[in-house]
Design a protein around this ligand. Sequence first.
Ligand code: UVW
Length: 329
Amino acid sequence: MATLTEFRRVADGVRNWGRWGAADELGTLNFITPDKVAHAASLVRHGRVFPLGVDFGSSGPQGAFKFRHNPVHVMTVDGGDARTLTEYGPKWLRNSVGRELSAFFEDNPFRFNDDLIIMPLQAATQWDALSHVYYDDHLYNGFPASSVTSLGAYHCGIDKVDGKGITTRAVLLDLVRHRRADTFLAAGDPITPGELDEVAAAQGVDVGRGDIVLIRTGWWARFLEAGDGTEPYSGLDWRCATWLHEREVAAVAADNLMVEDPVSGVDGTFLPLHMLCLRDMGLMLGEYWDLTALAADCAADGVYEFQLVAPPLRVVGAVGSPVNPIAIK
Ligand code: UVW
């Protein structure tokens, strides 16, 4: 177990504050240049498309924390309403909605359905914005933590990164295949920086400036099998922050709940990799990405690099966003 002093030494080494100016809220997405975007597009050779988002629904992966819930999806207008209004008439439904819908539906075969969703933005496939975590009362680039209020994140909200797309070259590092794991990386054996190098070398792929790194731990496949959103797993050791920093990676995403190993590895802290990536480096984390089909394709053709398109929603002042990332080969 590392000490907090050791953690702070690593944090000082990876911190990008001021690197792109005092007002910067993009962080390591700044590594994605127009040349990088063009190169990523040139990696598309066959037109094979892999949606990496998981289902947003009532049987989603939430359960690990009481403060998060699976999405609640309800219909607000549907075919039943049209039937109610035409068969029983609007007289018993004299509220304004009833009057409005009867104007649409009565004597009119042209109809519509509407719906509504209530969910934590972290419920399923997501990006963490740079304002998602902090320590010592500061967000990325030294912005005060107090700038995140009940009105939202004034600094480093997810809406600030939309200008970047987000699209670039991405690289899959398949830890499940490398470790010859059954379905997933069971708890107790965190992924080290040295192992990331080993996997990249074994796959014959390099990781460099402006790339998004996708880490396959198999957790999502395990969740689909066992249905347990609380199941522990092995994720990235907190020291992988230095590995990501040295390679000037733009972002990292995984198929599990937190990207990082659920056991902290730093005495007296929680989420140390989150803190180093989001708060010190300005590097976004993606969680609950489904990498199964993409990994099968990469294993089949031996190509572990591709174009990734993963724009967040422009939820103003939000500290995260649902996303349906697309990998294209
Ligand atoms: C927490 O676990 C608090 O956050 P995340 O969803 O980013 O892992």
